[in-house]
Design a protein around this ligand. Sequence first.
Ligand SMILES: NC(=O)c1ccc[n+]([C@@H]2O[C@H](COP(=O)([O-])OP(=O)(O)OC[C@H]3O[C@@H](n4cnc5c(N)ncnc54)[C@H](OP(=O)(O)O)[C@@H]3O)[C@@H](O)[C@H]2O)c1
Length: 323
Amino acid sequence: MRKKLKDAVIVITGASSGIGRETALQLAKAGARLVLAARREDPLRSLQEECEQAGAQCLVVPTDVANEDEVSALATQAVQAFGRIDGWVNNAGVYALGSLEKTPIHVYRRLMDVNYFGVVHGTRAAAAQMKTQERGGVIVNVSSEASNVSVALASAYTASKHAVRGFSSAVRQELLDTAVRVSNVMPAGIDTPLFEHAANYTGKEAKAPEPVYSPEKVAGVILDMLVRPQAEIYVGATAPLFGAIRHVAPATFDRMMRKQAKSHLKEAPQAVTEGNLYHPVSHGTSVHGGYHGRSKQWVRRIAVVTTLGFGAYRLVRELRQYA
Ligand SMILES: NC(=O)c1ccc[n+]([C@@H]2O[C@H](COP(=O)([O-])OP(=O)(O)OC[C@H]3O[C@@H](n4cnc5c(N)ncnc54)[C@H](OP(=O)(O)O)[C@@H]3O)[C@@H](O)[C@H]2O)c1
């Protein structure tokens, strides 16, 4: 199936670290031609070297996805270099942790500018080009389980990812009579530098919420979507599980997620930071964030079983209240 990616031209935003970086590496191995975008040029150049060593042709285009003109220029440069765009992965994203009162309003706006409008800019640029191509193309939007359920202390992020899901779904319907497909990928907590890059107004150091899955797993799903797109797909068991619990027991779900949010914070103090919202940071240029995504599978399983048990217990209690 992956053979279909040989020579395909794929644009990836947010390729300088984490999921985007791993996606580029897997695509390079599959023989795709790559256009790598993010704001940090140095990590993009080192990624370009790695991809070229794997035999891939690569173009680096430093881009801020919040800027519509820069994203249009990214599409133009991709077509100038490779003649077409077969796949576009809208993966760039930023994170912010903080309560409603302590998170400044400009942070809410910036998360929409990057996480939501970045996807809108990319989707418009990609669709315009793909519609001109006989074989169309595939747009993969990386949202989050936070596009389906809510994450306490991350209301700005949750809202931006809900927006991505709604937008992707509406555009997918609109493009049904073309050869352009839109896929929405919704990962659970992933072991990437996202949390060390994050804006933080909690006073405590952030970490990936348990259970943590690997960026390799997400990248594999993105490659699958590029070959055989599905409307929506979760990565990590907690994403659909949380959705199911919210559906049957919304009040229980709210209390559960409030507890779950604590697994997002370490005890170590952290000064207020805007993280990488407005300017990229020099740290966190690798695929992994050091939360041991894959190696602690047993922790994940225990966490899932505990969460499920707790959810079921609260659900029964809640149903009894209304019986
Ligand atoms: N890690 C998780 O638990 C998780 C879970 C669900 C969904 N996701 C989503 O997965 C995507 C990738 O995140 P990640 O986990 O791999 O974290 P990451 O390592 O921090 O990657 C984010 C990428 O986005 C880029 N970026 C940030 N702001 C940008 C901007 N304005 N313009 C262009 N690029 C920008 C960053 O590079 P520069 O700073 O160089 O621009 C970086 O390459 C995000 O959309 C995130 O919301 C992550």
